[in-house]
Design a protein around this ligand. Structure first.
Ligand SMILES: Nc1ncnc2c1ncn2[C@@H]1O[C@H](COP(=O)(O)OP(=O)(O)OP(=O)(O)O)[C@@H](O)[C@H]1O
Length: 278
């Protein structure tokens, strides 16, 4: 496996040393009946990075994320977050680990019968007993972080645009001040302008809050715009996890087709043009 960056010389980030492993997956095996999705899959996610996770449809990106989040039983292997195994923890320890990550599920997954503010408060209610006015203040602050104003708070998800719903879901993912953010196809369904704005928001939040981000995406523009490294799932494994420019050199049919096909070339040209303008 290619692991293309030595971050040891980089500055120390909030909450620890940049480059230190935050997620470690070793020899992961996932099976559904006689279908093997992952076979001895390894992946390390380093503190302070945005790692993009790509792969063809059905290669197991979401199953990998769900395994890391302990939302899914895996057949064998080891997964640790912040140095703690995700399985076999005592209840208190498990809650402590869970408090440190936020998740934006595919399609946002907001509760349709709750207002936006109530959605953001769901994780707060789960972990704390707080006065309602304090929860309202926190919800307003988190919504503000994602670019939503106070007028969004009392609305129901059905009253928001797709882009606003994503922002509200992101605000909920940030509710507990996580150190680690999981995003499953955050820009899916957004128009290109909305998708680029969402990419910038993720990058800004990562930098201002010192987040580590695990990002599943099919969006090549997102990979070029914000990812420090990209992990490619193919052949039931992480074939490579490296900065995108290094991946371009790898001689594997899926990588070649994905990055060097028409969309891949267009995304690269767009990224180069953005760099020249910057
Ligand atoms: N609960 C389940 N029961 C049976 N099979 C499952 C289950 N969850 C996932 N799978 C199978 O595991 C494989 C990987 O699914 P997964 O959703 O992780 O793919 P993905 O890479 O995220 O795909 P996409 O890019 O299309 O979202 C698929 O073949 C899927 O059908």
């Amino acid at each position: 496996m290619t692991d293309g960056n030595d971050q040891s010389a980089r500055p120390v980030a909030i909450n620890g040393r940049k480059g230190e492993a935050v997620i470690e997956v070793k020899n992961l095996v996932n099976r559904f009946g006689d279908q093997t999705v992952h076979e001895d899959l390894d992946l390390t996610v380093k503190r302070g990075e945005i790692i993009g996770v790509v792969g063809g449809s059905g290669t197991g990106k979401t199953v990998l994320m769900r395994s890391i989040l302990s939302l899914q039983h895996f057949a064998s292997g080891e997964i640790s977050i912040f140095g703690k195994p995700v399985t076999g923890l005592a209840e208190g320890e498990e809650l402590e680990v869970r408090r440190q990550f936020g998740v934006l599920f595919q399609n946002g997954a907001l509760f349709s019968t709750l207002t936006v503010a109530e959605n953001v408060q769901v994780p707060l209610r789960e972990f704390f007993h707080m006065q309602q006015d304090l929860m309202d203040e926190i919800a307003a602050y988190k919504l503000g972080l994602t670019g939503l104003g106070p007028e969004a708070a009392p609305k129901y998800p059905s009253e928001l645009s797709g882009g606003m719903r994503k922002r509200a879901a992101l605000a909920r993912a940030l509710a507990l001040d996580p150190r680690l953010l999981f995003l499953d196809e955050p820009t899916a369904g957004l128009d290109p302008v909305g998708a680029a704005a969402f990419d910038n928001l993720i990058l800004d939040l990562k930098e201002s809050l010192g987040l580590t981000v695990f990002l599943i995406t099919h969006d090549l523009d997102t990979l070029y715009a914000i990812c420090d490294r990209v992990a490619v799932l193919a052949d039931k494994k992480v074939l490579a996890a490296a900065p995108i420019k290094e991946l371009l050199e790898i001689d594997h049919p899926w990588i070649q087709e994905y990055f060097h096909g028409p969309r891949g070339r267009a995304a690269l040209a767009g990224a180069d043009a953005n760099q020249q303008m910057a």
